[in-house]
Design a protein around this ligand. Structure first.
Ligand SMILES: Cc1cc2nc3c(=O)[nH]c(=O)nc-3n(C[C@H](O)[C@H](O)[C@H](O)COP(=O)(O)OP(=O)(O)OC[C@H]3O[C@@H](n4cnc5c(N)ncnc54)[C@H](O)[C@@H]3O)c2cc1C
Length: 469
């Protein structure tokens, strides 16, 4: 019997799991996919939003601001990669200025401190490559960028190293309420838990319904992106937004944490929650809209396109509450869910503490080492390392200069991974110009060499039972 079963290993579930792992209790995460960060937490803009856009009085507004303030410290503990860049919301005429003033007012009401409206010359001083016709901008100094999947992986690794059991490839298919616990049927086995936390992203309405709560729906909204080659991100210093429309924050232009220029996302309601296709017509719209902010980017440096699906709730706000004793929804976590995630976890913890006595662990380990080690190899060093025989110094991925040591590290951690995709998210092997053509066989070799046999089905880690909540 677990004290807590969390459904979904996205950023919401993993943040909650890490927070719970600070206490003496038995916690598991049930994830239907073969890795963490498989839903919206993998494919999003990676922006740590300032907190001026989400409406005052909403959970989104409150948790965005609180979450934003926690990222610097979290990154010091978990080393997933985060950089404060500042953000500019561009305005081109007096109507836009009106919208910017509304955003400013809303931001101040939400408690955002470093916000101001600036004009053309100051804007172009901060970001010289922007459209010179820009007249006004809301400048939010607290905006930042992160790598969303590396952040989620870091949270999960930290949770697991503190005793959380991560059950991958366990899809919850039914929930039965018993006297003082729940029985969760999965495609693998049945699990018992005293408290269930629903963090199932686009399927959070389905899970909620299984638990007998169906007052909301998830309206899946796809966003498509174009990613450019590494280095192109230097075209902008800040995250560049446009004035929001009824469809959301509009098309943004940003550098990813790793220095790739990225344009997107649009917003379109979709019926299929799994369909991640992109289409050229939408991408053309994204390119045109982005050119309004940044007129000169080299489309020939386009590397790939991708999309993510927002778990937009029909209620319009995050749904974070105990619906009845033991069943907690952390549902409909659309944007700014990545930014809000640490604050969502604290809110869920507060909800739990109202009903359950939790005892802090004395041996909680807050730190987690980075997998990707920064390097500045020159051309001669790269050539030398590529030609090395197998060993930790050898470069396996030429484009991203990923060493064998980094891949072996990723494969040897406490979350058992067996796929190229999982190695790619953790090390960037295959993310570069050749998109893995060169390194694929070598990555496969390393996976085959290091892959651990799974014990007890897909169990990833057997924690020592650490007492009851
Ligand atoms: C296009 C786009 C852009 C965005 N940009 C930003 C941004 O810049 N900044 C920001 O703050 N936020 C952004 N967001 C929002 C952010 O990505 C989400 O709020 C966040 O990732 C939601 O995390 P989650 O864990 O709730 O959901 P998910 O990451 O989707 O995780 C849910 C998990 O539950 C699992 N699951 C589902 N059903 C079951 C089941 N039956 N059994 C077991 N497991 C199950 C899924 O496989 C999945 O892994 C963006 C989102 C999108 C789509």
């Amino acid at each position: 019997m677990y004290d807590f079963a969390i459904i979904g290993a996205g950023v919401t579930g993993c943040s909650i799991a890490r927070e719970l792992s600070k206490y003496r209790s038995d916690v598991c995460i049930l994830e239907k996919d073969d890795d963490v960060a498989s839903g919206a937490s993998k494919a999003n803009s990676g922006i740590i939003h300032g907190g001026y856009a989400a409406k005052q009085g909403t959970l989104k507004g409150k948790l965005n601001v609180l979450g934003n303030r926690m990222f610097e410290d979290l990154n010091k503990q978990l080393n997933f990669g985060y950089r404060k860049t500042g953000g500019l919301v561009l305005g081109f005429d007096e109507n836009d200025l009106e919208s910017l003033n509304l955003l400013l007012k809303n931001g101040i009401a939400n408690g955002v401190s470093d916000l101001k409206i600036i004009k053309n010359d100051e804007i172009l001083k901060i970001d010289p490559n922007l459209n010179p016709q820009v007249k006004y901008a809301l400048y939010a100094k607290d905006v930042g960028v992160t790598s969303p999947y590396e952040y989620t992986i870091a949270l999960a690794e930290s949770a697991v190293s503190n005793g959380v059991e991560l059950l991958l490839k366990h899809e919850v298919i039914n929930i039965k309420q018993k006297d003082n616990y729940f029985e969760l049927s999965t495609n693998k086995k049945t699990i018992k838990a005293r408290t269930v936390i629903n963090a199932a992203g686009v399927y959070s309405d389905t899970i909620s319904k299984m638990a007998g709560v169906d007052y909301f729906k998830i309206i899946p909204k796809k966003g498509q992106y174009i990613l450019f080659q590494k280095g192109t991100g230097s075209a902008v210093n800040s995250v560049i937004f446009q004035v929001p429309t009824k469809n959301g924050k509009g098309i943004l232009v940003t550098s990813t944490y790793h220095g790739n220029l990225m344009l997107g996302p649009n917003s379109e309601e979709v019926s299929n929650r799994e369909n991640k296709d992109t289409n050229e017509l939408t991408l053309e719209y994204v390119i045109d809209a982005a050119r309004k902010s940044l007129p000169d980017f080299d489309i020939k440096k386009r590397l790939k396109t991708f999309s993510g699906i927002r778990p937009a709730p029909s209620t319009g706000d995050f749904i974070i509450k105990e619906e009845y004793p033991g069943f907690i929804n952390a549902a409909g976590i659309e944007s700014p869910g990545l930014t809000s995630s640490p604050a969502i976890a604290l809110m869920v913890l507060d909800i739990i503490k109202d009903r359950v006595k939790l005892e802090k662990k004395s041996n909680f380990k807050p730190y987690r080492e980075a997998i990707i080690k920064p390097n500045s190899f020159d051309a001669a060093e790269i050539k030398r390392r590529i030609e090395l025989p197998s060993g930790s110094e050898r470069i396996v991925c030429r484009c991203e200069k990923v060493t064998e040591g980094e891949i072996v590290d990723a494969l040897s951690r406490n979350i058992i991974i067996t796929t190229r995709k999982a190695v790619k998210m953790r090390t960037r092997a295959g993310m570069g110009f050749c998109q893995g053509k060169f390194c694929r066989p070598r990555v496969d070799e390393l996976i085959a060499k290091i892959k651990k046999p799974t014990r007890k089905g897909e169990r990833q880690f057997a924690p020592t039972r650490s007492g009851k909540a």
